[in-house]
Design a binder for this molecule. Structure first.
Ligand code: AMP
Length: 214
């Protein structure tokens, strides 16, 4: 049984690694950020507008909203044999609520994927997204063949609202001011495992697999 939490700074590669680990272990990948993005894409509900007003500024969506969304998702049948949480918890309160609610089936692994701040900034502000093809590029590390255009579809690449420099700066500040408190909470409980996320994707994945064995 794996009830895993990936925690770490924005742009640290949690999402990519979470996808790989979930395929490997055959458990659902639950990303609160993805759930919110789907919600915002779907339409114009009051909830979607509320979520948008926080996500577009890089701020945390209020706990009442996130906690509901998260527990609704992990109560589904596909989570009965485990899951991986990517992007939750992001504050001390969220970590405490999670522990309290999971009393009967506690977390098995809490892993911090940590990355140097300068690299994070380039990973995030350099990201360019092709909305139709779903391809993601990075102008520093993985540029498209033609500047500003998707290699596959030729469509114009966009900068996601939450990848704009001012938003990225704010997301990093939010990480330091709020999420680090959750990291310290797990460290104090002696359950925190740390994997460095600067290395290439396959090396980080191999290290995560080692950590998940014990
Ligand atoms: P992510 O894709 O994980 O970087 O999340 C994108 C955005 O969704 C964040 O910048 C927040 O605005 C919001 N979000 C995602 N997860 C949470 C959470 N656990 N608590 C509050 N806001 C969240």
């Amino acid at each position: 049984m794996y009830n895993i939490v990936f925690i770490g700074p924005p742009g640290g590669g949690k999402g990519t690694q979470a996808d790989m680990v979930c395929k490997d272990l055959n458990i659902p990948h639950i990303s609160t950020g993805e759930i919110f993005r789907a919600m915002m894409k779907e339409g114009k509900s009051e909830l979607a507008d509320l979520v948008r007003s926080y996500v577009s500024k890089g701020e945390l969506v209020p706990d009442e909203v996130v906690v509901d969304v998260l527990f609704d998702r992990i109560s589904k049948d596909d989570c009965q044999n485990g899951y991986l949480l990517d992007g939750f918890p992001r504050s001390l309160n969220q970590a405490e609520v999670l522990d309290a609610k999971l009393k009967n089936s506690p977390l098995t692994h809490v892993i911090l994927i940590d990355v140097d701040e300068e690299l994070l900034f380039k990973r995030l502000t350099g990201r360019r997204t092709a909305v139709k093809s779903g391809k993601i590029y990075n102008i520093y590390f993985n540029p498209p063949k033609v500047e500003g255009k998707c290699d596959v579809s030729g469509e114009d690449l966009i900068i996601r609202d939450d990848d704009k420099p001012e938003t990225v700066t704010n997301r990093m500040k939010v990480y330091k001011d709020q999420t680090m408190a959750a990291v310290e909470y797990y460290r104090a409980k002696k359950v925190l495992r740390v994997v460095r996320g600067e290395k290439n994707i396959d090396v980080v994945f191999a290290e995560l697999k080692e950590v998940l064995k014990s």
